[in-house]
Design a protein around this ligand. Structure first.
Ligand code: G3P
Ligand code: CA
Length: 269
């Protein structure tokens, strides 16, 4: 892609509630996106994986052990990988109690239930395909599910959905299957390699410690597949000082477990 015109800068960065408002409600549950909505946040982030019987669910770790009571319910199934459990089994699990008694009864959501809740809340989604190398074909399957839930119409695709991954091949596949969808690469490729990513990524999303003025300028200096300057969303920023710092560096999005803290730091009380 040709170098972009010097981009006129850009308003305050978008605040994205990481795994929902996950400092205040159990991550990647419906409660976590409802809490983000209650706090007034439009954008939420999640992680998509697949069960043994091929259903898409929302979970960060490859194992169910940390964020559900799976060890109690299925003590003999170590290491409790999501790919070794059917949806029916996963539906028996409590995904809230580990975080706090008042969240008892929260479930690991299916992608379908999750999308319906995001829609109901009038939110937008930064969706991560988590470890797609473990789930062949998950890109096409996810797009099918998004279409079925009404998320691939023009309005959603243009304004309310971004698909990201640490796995560049998965993002390339998403872009090939649906070039209209905005995509992000999680990581910090070298400046020399950025033009390759700009062929199929609209965003480069590095860890906050990798964000420098030079890196932001290099990302903003390229146009992505939709002919707009690339965006940079950084993660995971949970304190005011870091939020102010990265906002000052010109990032376009801040992904955070504490969206209220970031908003106040960046936009004021
Ligand atoms: O969205 C960025 C962030 O989610 C990447 O790391 O491990 O929380 O999925 P992780
Ligand atoms: Ca994630």
């Amino acid at each position: 892609p040709a170098a972009a015109q010097a981009a006129p800068h850009r308003t305050a960065p978008v605040t994205v509630a990481h795994r929902g408002a996950s400092s205040y409600a159990p991550e990647n549950t419906l409660a976590s996106i409802d809490e983000a909505a209650r706090l007034g946040f439009e954008w939420v982030e999640n992680d998509v994986q697949r069960t043994k019987d091929g259903e898409l669910v929302i979970l960060h770790d490859n194992s169910l052990a940390r964020t559900t009571n799976v060890k109690k319910v299925f003590p003999d199934r170590s290491p409790w990988n999501v790919s070794d459990f059917t949806l029916k089994e996963i539906e028996k699990l409590d995904a809230g109690s580990w975080f706090g008694a008042k969240f008892e009864g929260e479930r690991v959501p299916t992608l379908e239930d999750y999308m319906d809740e995001v829609e109901e809340n009038e939110q937008s989604l930064l969706m991560e395909l988590k470890s797609p190398e473990l789930y062949p074909g998950i890109e096409r399957q996810t797009l099918r599910e998004l279409r079925r839930t009404g998320w691939l119409d023009r309005e959603h695709v243009r304004h309310r959905l971004i698909i990201q991954s640490f796995n560049a091949d998965a993002i390339k596949t998403v872009h090939t299957l649906r070039p209209d969808i905005r995509t992000g690469f999680l990581g910090n490729p070298s400046v020399a390699d950025l033009p390759k990513y700009a062929k199929y990524c609209d965003q480069i999303n590095p860890v906050h410690t990798a964000v420098t003025p030079q890196y932001v300028a290099a990302v903003h200096g390229l146009r992505g597949p939709h002919r707009r300057a690339l965006d940079l969303y950084t993660w995971t920023v949970d304190d005011a000082a870091t939020a102010v710092k990265v906002a000052g560096l010109g990032v376009d999005g801040i992904i955070t477990n504490k969206p209220d803290v970031v908003r106040e730091a960046v936009e004021g009380p």
